[in-house]
Design a binder for this molecule. Structure first.
Ligand SMILES: [Zn+2]
Length: 443
């Protein structure tokens, strides 16, 4: 029945849209994208919504087709309203050219935010004010047009990444890591444009499941609290979709973009597999209803991106000449293990404390020896830590507001580098952090 219905639909829609306008809804909802129709649609978005759609090209396929990246954000503002950097989401679809529903989920996610912006949807406005979405909809455009898993060189692109490449004796992983134009371009985009991303979702079709690292070994990822927390949230509030580590949830696989995204780039990463249909070029049920639950999961992951890393927040900082007593909260859902306090003067690190950790959504009381620390007129303290525990995760440095720092006993006023002896003011900075937290917990 479904095949007949799809055929009927394709006949109705067979006047393929050639104009520059986006495809009509009936085509959009029932006919999977080819490279040509995708090119029409993403260019129409860029023409119609220049304030939020910035269309980029990450490179070309082996046959020279463009790897379109739809970049969606409120581009009138470079930063969040509070002046900090926007959070970055990276999404790709279509590693496997015959997995059309996965590619459509990438397209549908972009469409949700673009059309939501146009409709004045407050959830979408909040996201696009604070977040950049980078969506590379169709990575294997050559394979997509041939309706085949492989690229034009008969390589499985999702086994071609430079992370434990071919360790699982993979089928058709290519002649070496990044031997293919598509995967090389994708890795360059990750490394040069979105290295700070706090979420990477790669979309496929097969078994209905979400897979987190690892694929190449059966071990849980070192950031298991983050992945398991996300799993529990989704199961409690959104969907029963199975969520597991790839090696055990599906089968051992190596050289995947998911393991590369986590192991090399340090992103929290999921492979999102829609259901198992891999044979049709269209769908009788509309795509937005068929992928509605999956889109809800995507909205949850995107809306809450602020939490997908460690977010340290100091609530008390007392310096008494021998040591620093620190109370530090982790507002994020990922643990950080190698954090330090540093003293900076004119861009140079003058002193670094011992290491401390703060578990996900927890707090730590830390005592740090201050041997060799001497304060200077223009110096300041900062926190220096990794966003997540995985080695590849990037480091951040965040200034510690002066009003949070209390200096006590044993020091003469003349020794102190600051003009005023009144230090113990925590309330102002604390209130600021609280406000920041509330801003992001709107879902
Ligand atoms: Zn796939």
């Amino acid at each position: 029945m479904r095949i007949l219905a799809v055929l009927a639909m394709l006949l109705v829609a067979s006047a393929a849209p050639m104009a520059s306008a986006q495809q009509p809804d009936i085509v959009q909802e029932h006919w999977y994208h080819t490279y040509t129709t995708l090119s029409i649609d993403v260019n129409a978005w860029a023409d119609d919504y220049p304030e939020i759609v910035d269309l980029a090209i990450a490179g070309q396929t082996e046959l020279g087709k463009n790897l379109w990246v739809v970049r969606i954000s409120d581009w009138s503002q470079e930063t969040k309203p509070d002046g900090t950097s926007k959070d970055i989401v990276y999404i790709d679809g279509g590693h496997h050219g015959n997995e059309h529903l996965g590619t459509e989920l990438a397209f549908l996610t972009a469409e949700f935010y673009i059309e939501g912006w146009a409709a004045g949807d407050q959830e979408v406005i909040d996201v696009l004010t604070t977040t950049e979405l980078h969506v590379l909809v169709m990575l294997n455009a050559d394979g997509n047009d041939l309706d085949t898993r492989w690229n034009i060189n008969q390589v499985d692109l999702n086994r071609n990444y430079d992370h434990h490449w071919n360790e699982q004796d993979e089928t058709q992983p290519g002649s070496g890591p990044f031997s293919e134009a598509e995967t090389l371009a994708n890795s360059i985009y990750m490394n040069t444009v979105v290295p700070d991303a706090d979420l990477y979702i790669t979309m496929h079709t097969g078994v209905w499941i979400m897979l987190h690292p690892w694929g190449y070994i059966p071990d849980q990822p070192i950031d298991w609290e983050l992945f398991h927390g996300i799993r529990d949230d989704i199961h409690e509030n959104i969907s029963d979709i199975p969520i597991r580590n790839a090696n055990q949830g599906l089968y051992p696989n190596s050289g995947t973009s998911r393991d590369y995204g986590y192991g090399i780039m340090g992103f929290p990463t999921f492979t999102f597999e829609t259901d198992d249909e891999q044979w049709l070029l269209g769908t009788a049920e509309s795509l937005s209803s068929r992928l509605g639950e999956e889109l809800d999961v995507m909205r949850y992951l995107i809306t809450n991106i602020w939490y997908w890393r460690a977010r340290l927040s100091i609530t008390s900082f007392v310096y008494d000449s021998d040591s620093i007593e620190l109370e530090v909260e982790n507002l994020g859902r990922a643990t950080t293990a190698n954090a330090t306090v540093r003293y900076i003067d004119q861009g140079e690190v003058m002193w670094t404390s011992g290491l401390f950790s703060v578990n996900a959504t927890n707090h730590s009381h830390v005592n740090l020896e201050t041997t060799n620390l001497s304060l200077t007129t223009d110096g300041h303290f900062e926190l220096y830590y990794q966003k997540r525990v995985i080695d590849s995760s990037i480091w951040v440095n965040e200034s510690i507001p002066e009003e949070l720092i209390e200096i006590t006993n044993g020091m003469s006023a003349g020794w102190l580098p600051f003009a005023s002896p009144i230090w113990a003011v925590l309330a102002i900075g604390f209130a600021g952090l609280r406000r920041n937290k509330r801003l992001h917990s709107n879902c």
